[in-house]
Design a protein around this ligand. Structure first.
Ligand code: 76R
Length: 277
């Protein structure tokens, strides 16, 4: 890491935020399920189906269900909502369903969809420089905000999106290292921008096969970001994440939490999974 004056170690990159996100994971009490009679099971599944249908896509967010592989969870719900209170409400509505007696909470993660403006802010500064406007000009702040608004308009749709329509999700939380030698937060904005450019370039090779949704969670949960990768082919997660490991942003700075792989399930598919098992 190179030396920087306090002024050069610039503040946090500007970010744009969208929906709050809850990853809500449960194990399932199969033993209790088997003890129920057919009528009870049918009623429980119908309640679950109605809840999921009502929670899905609308102007106030989106919700999806995923059948998780392995033992960390059986089912993961991903909810997008405008506020943490709205996330609480959708979870409370699930808890009000009879079938929730058989849901054993196993993991939860709160974050907020985030688009970082590393590129947009640099571009806005460059545009103003081209116009001969220097940062000490009295009109600079206003002109900068206007220019930034242009650059960021197109990013806004990504913040308030619905869940991607892809077969699988790979979710994991991560942080950037604050170690003695490699400390992401002591790099200058320029260094971070350069590094993120390399990250984006590598990632872009997977543009067709993967939809990346980054949600920030600094101050909200135990890690700094939630990473959601959505794809129709789960093998792509392995290829992408492995390739990323060699990129300096990940190789030097990334630390990871648990990985969850889920198969996307419509309300009918979720009920069939529980009902036929
Ligand atoms: O948003 C964009 O598409 C622009 C470029 C870009 C940014 C700003 C981008 C592209 N990412 C960005 C930010 Mn990403 N990303 C990860 C991981 O497993 C690992 O090693 C790390 C987890 C993967 C696999 C991945 C994939 N990205 C971020 C951030 C915020 C960092 C910050 O602000 O400091 C994190 C934590 C993060 C992590 N990234 C892409 C991808 C892919 C596939 C792309 C290309 C997207 C596309 O072009 O469609």
């Amino acid at each position: 890491m190179s030396e920087h004056s306090a002024a050069e170690i610039s503040s946090a990159p500007e970010t744009m935020e969208g929906w709050y996100v809850l990853h809500d994971c449960y194990r399932f009490d199969w033993k209790a399920w088997r003890r129920l009679d057919m009528e009870q099971r049918r009623e429980m599944l119908s309640g679950l189906r109605d809840w999921l249908i009502s929670a899905r896509g609308s102007e106030r967010g989106d919700s999806g269900a995923f059948i998780v592989s392995g033992q960390k969870a059986e089912i993961m719900f991903i909810h997008y909502r405008p506020t943490p209170a709205a996330l609480n409400a959708v979870r409370r509505d699930l808890m009000a369903c009879d079938i929730a007696d058989l849901f054993i909470p196993s993991y939860g993660y709160l974050s907020i969809i985030e688009v970082s403006l590393y590129e947009a802010t640099a571009m806005a500064h460059r545009m103003l420089a081209k116009q001969g406007l220097t940062s000490d000009a009295p009109t600079y702040a206003e002109a900068y905000q206007e220019e930034l608004a242009k650059q960021t308009q197109q990013l806004e749709a990504r913040c308030f999106r619905s869940l991607p329509d892809r077969g699988y999700v790979c979710f994991y939380p991560m942080s950037k290292r604050r170690g003695e030698h490699d400390n992401w937060y002591l790099l200058s904005q320029d260094e971070r921008r350069q590094l993120m450019r390399g990250h984006g370039r590598l990632g872009h090779k997977f543009h067709q096969s993967v939809t990346q949704i980054i949600s920030g969670s600094t101050g909200l949960d135990d890690w700094e970001w939630g990473v959601d990768l959505h794809s129709d082919d789960p093998l792509v997660f392995k290829k992408l994440v492995y390739e990323m490991r060699f990129d300096p942003v990940s190789a030097r700075f990334a630390e990871f939490g648990q990985f969850f792989i889920g198969k996307s399930a419509s309300p009918e598919e979720l009920c069939a999974f529980i009902g036929q098992s």
